[in-house]
Write a protein that binds this ligand. Structure first.
Ligand code: GRF
Length: 215
């Protein structure tokens, strides 16, 4: 059973997709052992409560400095003892101590096709504003492993979404969430839970065929 800790900051729609996937069995062999937020007011925490999942808040504002937060955040994650950490709408840069402790065991969902529209300053609605301003015809979402840089680690899954005439950033964000994020994040977790994901020495990910697909 893959033990998963989910880190959230806001509405938790990606968390909900994971909760629903585990309940419906589309995410195999997985247990959400804890939901952790940096934001005490995150609706994602209410979603965890409703689903009977252990949850906690580790807010940078509760600590005298960033180092103290980083240590507390790492301690909370170690206490949860996850096999995999999922950043689902998590708005805090993951501290280096966490990245190294959970090397290649942290995945993130980014609302664009990395390497487009990612990195410093590209989060939430701003990603979609910039995509529309650039006039791209296709955008989408990416699940990637987290490394020391922002939105930079090995890419695991991507899903494209067409931009339509009249799209506003809000309309586009919703379409990317519905058609891409809520599809590829649960699938990424299931693939990892099935032991089908590897990362080679060039930091390229590989997905092994499902047992039933093997000829
Ligand atoms: C979404 O746009 C997601 O792509 C980004 O955070 C936003 C909120 O996600 N990572 P959620 O509803 O809190 O899952």
């Amino acid at each position: 059973m893959l033990r998963v800790a989910v880190c959230v900051s806001g509405g938790g729609t990606n968390l909900q997709a994971i909760i629903d996937g585990v309940r419906e069995g589309t995410i195999k062999n997985t247990q959400i052992v804890r939901v952790i937020s940096n934001n005490p007011g995150a609706y994602a925490l209410e979603r965890a409560e409703k689903a009977g999942i252990a949850h906690s808040c580790v807010s940078p504002r509760s600590f005298p400095d960033r180092n103290a937060f980083n240590e507390a955040f790492l301690a909370e994650l170690i206490d949860a003892d996850p096999d995999l950490i999922v950043l689902a709408g998590f708005m805090v840069a993951v501290p280096a101590n966490v990245v190294s402790h959970f090397h290649h065991r942290i995945i993130n969902i980014h609302p664009a096709l990395i390497p487009s529209f990612c990195g410093k300053g590209y989060y939430g609605l701003r990603v979609h504003e910039r995509a529309l301003a650039r006039g791209v015809k296709v955008t989408g979402a990416t699940v990637h492993f987290v490394d020391e840089d922002l939105d930079h680690g090995p890419i695991l899954l991507q899903k494209a979404v067409e931009i339509q005439e009249g799209d506003t950033p809000k309309i586009l964000q919703r379409r990317v969430m519905e058609q891409a994020e809520w599809v590829i994040l649960p699938r990424a977790i299931s693939l990892i839970a099935e032991g089908r994901v590897s990362i080679d020495q060039d930091l390229i990910t590989h997905i092994a065929p499902a047992a039933y697909e093997k000829n």
